[in-house]
Design a protein around this ligand. Structure first.
Ligand code: PGA
Length: 254
């Protein structure tokens, strides 16, 4: 029942942005500007820059995460990266099933499930992304879409797996468009996700899971979104590439 029992996670998704040199520079700025917080701060950078980023944030409260992870332990999967490889860098979080992966790279609920399980096996918390597109919202089938993504994406999860995972609700129509879901729209779906989790894993587990909102979250709208009962953090794209804006969002989590 209590929002305060859940871990607040403010995560940046840098997507395919920043070279290693630029990564160092932006992280140096972040280190200066980010406020003290009880929230978990996470920046998911391109895989090639994870080592550089880890080095840059050593001794700070900033966590570095990944944006994807393959499901196999190892093998003939050219260009892919395994959970063990991420783990070896000290990565504790990986975004799984982002809508851009679903849209452009053939990600399905089944592959999301496999990737998330591989993360969990290696001690990495998957941030599992779900969300409807504009057509689905306009047809008023948002909840049906979310239910299928949750049920298939979390297939065969134990309650323990669930507690070690994060769900990010990201309406596709709000990503990178400047169109944010209103705090009420976001809360409605996040509350529905928690209801689904309660049905699948029991209420105690559902109450413990961090559910983030993502989609044009920025320095101006973060406070209102993060104040909602069932929104326990953010997955932030564009605004996580600006130290000043990301710092303001983090301060809203306090
Ligand atoms: P945005 O991206 O904040 O730029 O809309 C969010 C995301 O894709 O995770």
């Amino acid at each position: 029942m209590n929002k305060n029992l859940r871990k607040v996670v403010i995560a940046g998704n840098w997507k395919m942005n920043k070279t290693a040199t630029e990564t160092k520079a932006l992280l140096a700025e972040m280190k200066e500007k980010l406020p003290q917080t009880d929230a978990t701060i996470l920046l998911c950078v391109p895989a090639i820059n994870i080592g550089t980023a880890m080095e840059s944030v050593k001794g700070t409260a900033i966590n570095i995460g990944a944006q994807n992870c393959h499901w196999a332990k190892n093998g003939a999967f050219t260009a892919e990266i395994s959970a063990d490889m991420l783990n070896d860098f000290g990565v504790k979080y990986a975004i799984i099933g982002h809508s851009e992966r679903r849209q452009y790279f053939g990600e399905t609920d089944e592959t999301v499930n496999k990737r998330a399980k591989a993360c969990l096996e290696s001690g990495i918390s998957p941030i599992i992304c779900v969300g409807e597109n504009l057509d689905e919202r306009e047809k008023d089938i948002t909840k049906d879409v979310i239910r299928v993504q949750i049920e298939k994406g979390l297939a065969d999860f134990t309650a323990e797996d669930m507690k070690n995972s994060i769900i990010a609700y990201e309406p596709v129509w709000a990503i990178g468009t400047g169109k944010t879901a209103t705090a009420q729209q976001a809360e409605e779906v996040c509350a529905y996700i928690r209801e689904l989790l309660a049905g699948l894993f029991g209420n105690e587990t559902a109450q413990a899971v961090t559910i983030q909102y993502g989609g044009s979250m920025n320095a101006k709208n973060a406070a209102e979104l993060l104040a909602m009962e069932n929104i326990d953090g953010g997955l932030i794209g564009g605004a996580s590439l600006k130290a000043e804006d990301f710092a303001t969002i983090v301060s809203c989590a306090n």
